[in-house]
Structures are given as C-alpha cells and as structure tokens.
Design a protein around this ligand. Structure first.
Ligand code: FAS
Ligand code: PHB
Length: 391
C-alpha cells in the first residue's frame, strides 16, 4: 500500500488528523492495534476545549457533538468546610466556554466519519514497526491476520498513545523523557443516573479529591482519589457512593442519586513529556508524546493542539510545498504541551491529598484556594487555561 501519511493509532488523535487530512485530499491509512469496539469501550475524557470542538467541526464530525454536547460556562470547587465557589469561565475567559461531550462519543463520530469517507483503517494491526524514518521514503510493516503487510508513505504519525511503540522508534540518544508519577489514582464510575449538579464539581477534601462530572442529563461520571494500591474490583458500588458522599458538601451529598456502575476503573496519574515530537519523517501526537493528570481536563485537549499544528503543517506541505510548519512542529507543539503540563500539575497539587503532605502543605493548599477566589486575575488565569490557550 502507498499513502501520503501513515497514522499509527486509531484513537482520537489519529482519527481526527486522518479525517482533517482526508478532507484536503491527502491520502492516509490508520493502523489500529485493536478492534473498533475495543477502542470505543474505553471511558476517558469528558471536557472539550473550544479549539478541539472547532477541529471536530472542521473534520466534518461535529454535528452530533453540537447537538448532544452541553456547553458549560463555569464549574464549582468545593473546599474548606464544604464551602463551594464557582469559577465563571465565561466571565473570566473573555466569553469562552467548554463543551461536555464524552471522548467515547467523539471517537465514534470520527470512526463514522472515516467510514463514510471510505478512507482505510486497518484494525487488529499486529506488530507494527517503523522503518527508514530518517530517509525520504519511510515505510511501516505490520501483520493483518498473520499476513505480512507494508505501507510506503511520505510521513508517519505516531498517535499510538502512552503505551504505543512509535515513541520508542526514536533513538535513545535523541529521545528525552520527563516524568512525574503521582502517589494516587482516580477511581472512576459511570452510572445511568441524573448528574448531581448541572456544572462539574471539583472537590478538595481531607479524605482526598473527588469530581462530579457528567456525559448527559441521564449519564453521570464520578471520581474519587484512591491509593495506587487499590483495585477497582475491591470497590463495591455501595462503598464508592458512601466515599463520594463523605467528600461532598452536605447539601450536594443529600441530593446525590446513585445507581449501579456501568463502568468502574482506576486511572493512574502521571505527568509525562517526550521530546522531540519529531524525528526525521516521524511525528508524535497526543498521548504518544505526553500525558497529564486529568484534573485540568487537558489530556485529550493537548492532543487536539498537536493535531491542529500537524494538520496545518501537512496541508502547507502538500498544497504549497511549504515545510515551515513541519520544521517548527516539535518546538511549537511542545511549547503548548508544557503549558498544559503546568496547569494540570497546578490543579492536581491544589486539590489532591498527597500522602506525604504535612500540616504546612495543607495550609498552603488552602491559601492557594483562598487566593484564587479573592483575585480576579487568578480566576482569569485559571479560566483561560481551562477553556484552552490559543493554538
Ligand atoms: P489513545 O491512547 O486514546 O489512542 C491510541 C490508540 O493507539 C489506541 O486506540 C491504541 O489501541 C492504539 N495503539 C497503541 N499501540 C499501538 C500499536 N503498536 N499499533 C497500532 N495501534 C496502537 N483526558 C482528559 O482530558 N480527561 C480525562 O478524564 C481522561 N481520563 C483518562 C483515563 C484513562 C484511563 C486514560 C488512559 C486516559 C485518560 N485521559 C483523559 C487522557 C485521554 O483522554 C487521552 O488524552 C486521549 O485518549 C489521547 O488520545 P490519543 O492520543 O489518540 O491516544
Ligand atoms: C470527565 O468527565 O471524565 C472529566 C471531566 C473533567 C476532568 C476530568 C475528567 O478534569
């Protein structure tokens, strides 16, 4: 097979880029390790920056997102003694907002868009390997149902997530990795229950962080911080709901409607960046290059910025033989990646209970929150990061 761009990974990063390029007549193939159903079985992000939503529309896959997604102009932070304060995103970001629409649904929309376009997606692609990535004619090998296959291309995009292989195709003496692993995880539950609040509630509590989110008015998403040693199977639904109630302000806990969990999992938290995001004709995008703790809702949205830069760079290359975007990609993407890293770390440090924290750290977190809600410029800083810094 010969294409212009070979994309490794059929998650939101790879699919969004492939759809955007396809609409510009740039031929791509997506190699995905698993089946479509397996990919769609993952419960992940829930909040889209306005820039990400705009990319979905430009990819021709935004219609259901705009119909079913919920525009949110603010969120709440519950902290000292059950007090709740609102972050007015609309006011402090100059009129911007976020869209609450699950990653599972947007990935489904992207798959539907790709199938309608007739572009090629190879599912259950095994043993993907990259070859001659610093030559003008890179190629990719993989097996499909045991049969050896080959893709010749101009460029390879590694959008295969944190556990993918593409990052490891960059020589060890070139690749630099930066990482911080947090001593806790998020136990998440999805339930077919009405959300406890019309807006998200982030909770700082002495027992640990909690988050009340949603996917729709009949589908709620909740999280509680748990030790890394915990296993989701050891948490009964009753134990989860009781722990969540303990961490919520009394009036919120009183109106919480519980129900059976339809998904329950623990996500470990880490901050991670791999540099550079380009080596020869290989470009890294999304979780393949960076990971953030989900506190700031920047994981999927950071991937969106990478895709924006890569899409415009490849379009300029094929339309105008202009390679300035490709040359600048890694540096430009990493500048925004590190802003998302900073914000995600800040939100995580402010709201979570760190096992080694002493009384000083506890008071510092309280001071951070009281400063935040006493300063318009602090609220403006949070708001502009949460809705999404400019691309
Ligand atoms: P993905 O990991 O989504 O997709 C990569 C794809 O590549 C996968 O489909 C995988 O099967 C495929 N692949 C891997 N290796 C391959 C190989 N060798 N060959 C071919 N294909 C291969 N972000 C938020 O903003 N909010 C959240 O609440 C949130 N929760 C999360 C919870 C969990 C458990 C995880 C893991 C992540 C979470 N994230 C969250 C971040 C998440 O949403 C990612 O940012 C998003 O999935 C990034 O998309 P991709 O870069 O496409 O990577
Ligand atoms: C979610 O709905 O899954 C979600 C929302 C906001 C976050 C993290 C996760 O910061």
């Amino acid at each position: 097979m010969k294409v212009q761009v070979c994309i490794i990974g059929g998650g939101p990063s790879g699919l969004l880029l492939s759809q955007l390029l396809h609409r510009q007549g740039i031929e791509t193939v997506v190699l995905e390790k698993h089946t479509r159903d397996h990919v769609l079985g993952r419960i992940r992000a829930g909040v889209l920056e306005h820039g990400f939503a705009a990319l979905m529309r430009e990819a021709g896959c935004g219609e259901r997102m705009d119909r079913e997604g919920e525009r949110h102009h603010g969120f709440l932070i519950a902290h000292a003694g059950g007090r709740m304060d609102r972050v007015d995103l609309h006011r402090y970001s100059g009129g911007n907002s976020v869209l609450v629409y699950g990653q599972t649904e947007l990935t489904r929309d992207l798959y539907d868009g790709r199938e309608t376009s007739g572009a090629a997606t190879m599912f259950e692609a095994e043993g993907v390997a990259l070859h001659d990535i610093t030559s003008p004619r890179p190629w990719v090998s993989y097996r499909s149902r045991g049969e050896p296959c080959r893709v010749d291309c101009d460029y390879i995009v590694g959008a295969d997530g944190f556990h993918g292989m593409s990052r490891h195709s960059i020589p060890r003496d070139v690749l630099r990795e930066y990482e911080r692993v947090y001593p806790f995880g998020w136990l998440g539950v999805l339930s077919r229950t009405p959300p406890v609040s019309p807006e998200l509630i982030y909770v700082r509590h002495e027992r640990g962080f909690a988050l009340c989110s949603l996917r729709s008015q009949v589908l709620s998403r909740y999280y509680v911080q748990v030790p890394l040693s915990d296993r989701a199977a050891a948490w009964s639904d009753e134990a989860f709901w009781a722990e969540l109630r303990r961490r919520l302000p009394a009036e919120v806990a009183a109106r919480l409607i519980t129900g059976p969990s339809i998904e329950k999992s623990i996500a470990p938290l880490r901050s991670f960046v791999a540099e550079p995001m380009r080596h020869g004709r290989l470009f890294l995008a999304g979780d393949a290059a960076h990971i953030v703790p989900p506190t700031g809702a920047k994981g999927l949205n950071s991937a969106g910025a990478d895709i924006h830069y890569l899409y415009h760079a490849m379009r300029a290359h094929y339309r105008h033989n202009d390679d300035t975007g490709l040359e600048a990609y890694s540096q430009k993407a990493l500048t925004r990646v590190w802003q998302a890293q900073r914000f995600s770390w800040w939100m995580t440090a402010m709201l979570h209970r760190f096992p080694d924290n002493g009384s000083y750290d506890d008071r510092l977190q309280q001071a951070e929150l009281s400063y935040l809600f006493s300063s318009e410029s602090a609220l403006a800083s949070l708001a502009e990061n949460y809705v999404g810094l400019p691309y």
